[in-house]
Write a protein that binds this ligand. Structure first.
Ligand code: TGC
Ligand code: FAD
Length: 404
């Protein structure tokens, strides 16, 4: 390494600097900024130094769960009376963005816990279920997962075959079936599972680790979200108490309502991954010398950076407005789909261009870009694929349903 090109850094140092091209911070409250700074500081101190190793080893860092809980990452938008944050949707988005600025897999862990496990229990659960589970989930004393996707039913969850029937003992149902691609499954203490009852109606049911016939084999050999644990949920005549059924929802709108909250969080999170790639490429472009000058002085590299910050800024505006609509209870599922699709797509494009800007260094773990890029290949697929969200927007604007 020559002195001119002294840019090579340890991947344990997080030198991220804040980017706010349109002065969006003026639209935030002091509390939003305080929470953002707190989460960012924690990420820089405790998460960034270990994340590359975790991804290389395909290991979820279990020891950070308490830190995530203390940072308020589990259900910040749910009411304080159940031990949750009692904060607004913009705060929730900000926390997801700070986590995904480090790694989409860590944001996934928090999204699943807050939006796909705590939210359905809060929204559709009985008072007993809420008091039993929510305070412990908020503190990270219990971790959860969300089982909707099946081996033969991904984009089309209505076709699910997981089912439960009355056990005939007055107390339990018998659950059978399998879920696939489930984030947090290998270590979750509880699973919110969507299955059909004897009438063929979709219901949510809370399954606890340790119930006989319930197993959670881990999915290996992922090239993406390697710091997040993914697995299956297998139910083989599992006896589950009837009191574990979520009483207050029936039909596909149950799980899809939870996805609205999680997709909203992803729309903020993906901007975090994009910002980290942009920040890395910008800094590199000022330090990497070729043909006797920093590569940031070449027009083709400036074009890449200018387009990155333009798209990031547009996404920041879209997402902030969506947050306001969420707070007012006016955001529609189609608006959320548009933001999820747009922001993940832009983040992938930013990552791909940033990787090119780093040349050969872009493929190494010395920089976070390739990890973000690979992670985003999952984010563009889960919670509804890029194409499914386009069809949701298409249906919304035309009134014609392309899914039937
Ligand atoms: P469709 O007939 O349109 O709707 C069935 C019922 O659901 C209602 N509904 C919604 N309700 C709330 N929010 C939404 N976003 C809703 N979308 C639809 C609808 O009104 C209807 O209600 P009702 O009362 O009339 O019964 O359903 P469809 O079968 O035609 O499917 C529509 C489609 C394709 C858009 C939907 O199924 C879909 O979104 N597919 C994508 C599946 C998906 O996103 N799976 C995600 C799995 S979880 C995950 O990936 C977690 S990753 C976690 C991480 O690590 O971060
Ligand atoms: P398919 O539905 O088989 O789709 C394959 C392709 O066909 C896609 O390109 C899709 O866009 C396209 N396609 C499908 N239908 C149509 C159509 N009507 N028109 C046009 N194109 C169409 N699920 C959970 O329930 N819980 C989780 O915690 C969870 N975590 C995940 C973590 C990871 C790392 C991954 C990769 C997935 C996770 N998922 C989870 C599953 C995820 O939601 C599904 O992978 C996703 O919904 C797509 O389903 P599929 O993989 O079966 O693809």
């Amino acid at each position: 390494m020559n002195a001119e090109n002294s840019f090579i850094r340890s991947n344990k140092t997080d030198a991220y600097q804040h980017h706010d091209y349109y002065l969006m911070d003026e639209l935030l409250t002091e509390e939003h900024i305080l929470i953002r700074n707190t989460v960012r500081d924690w990420v820089k101190k405790d998460l960034s130094p270990i994340i590359e190793d975790c991804a290389q080893k395909a290991a979820f860092p279990h020891h950070i769960i308490k830190g995530l809980a203390d940072a308020g990452a589990f259900g910040p938008q749910l009411p304080a009376e159940y031990g949750c944050g009692g904060l607004d949707y913009i705060t929730y988005g900000i926390i997801m963005q700070e986590l995904e600025r480090c790694d989409s897999g860590i944001r996934s862990t928090a999204s699943v816990q807050g939006s796909l496990v705590m939210y359905p229990i809060y929204k559709f659960g009985s008072e007993e279920q809420k008091h039993k589970y929510l305070p412990k989930l908020a503190k990270g004393e219990l971790m959860g997962c969300f089982g909707l996707t099946e081996p033969n039913h991904g984009s089309n969850p209505a076709g699910m075959t997981t089912n439960f029937k009355d056990a005939g003992d007055g107390k339990n149902v018998i659950l059978n079936g399998a879920k696939m691609w489930i984030s947090n499954a290998p270590f979750a203490d509880i699973a919110v599972v969507w299955g059909k009852n004897e009438e063929g109606k979709i219901k949510g049911i809370i399954v606890e680790r340790g119930m006989e016939g319930f197993t959670t084999p881990e999915t290996h050999n992922k090239w993406s979200l390697r710091a997040s644990a993914t697995g299956e949920l297998v139910f083989n005549d599992v006896l589950v108490p009837k009191e574990n059924i979520l009483p207050n929802v029936e039909g596909l709108k149950g799980p899809l309502t939870c996805l609205n909250s999680a997709r909203y969080g992803i729309s903020w999170g993906a901007i975090g991954a994009a910002l980290d790639c942009y920040d890395t490429a910008l800094r590199y472009s000022k330090e990497r010398i070729q043909f006797g000058r920093p590569i940031g002085g070449f027009q083709l590299q400036q074009k890449k950076l200018a387009e990155m910050i333009t798209e990031i800024t547009k996404a920041q505006l879209l997402t902030w407005r969506l947050g306001v609509l969420m707070n007012e209870g006016r955001a529609t599922p189609a608006q959320i789909s548009m933001a999820k699709r747009n922001n993940v797509d832009l983040a992938l494009n930013v990552a791909r261009n940033a990787r090119q800007m780093l040349g050969g260094m872009g493929i190494t773990g010395e920089y976070p870009i390739m990890r973000h890029m690979m992670n985003l290949e999952s984010v563009v697929t889960y919670e509804g694929t890029h194409d499914i969200h386009l069809l949701i927007t298409g249906m919304d604007v035309t009134g014609e349903n392309a899914f039937v």
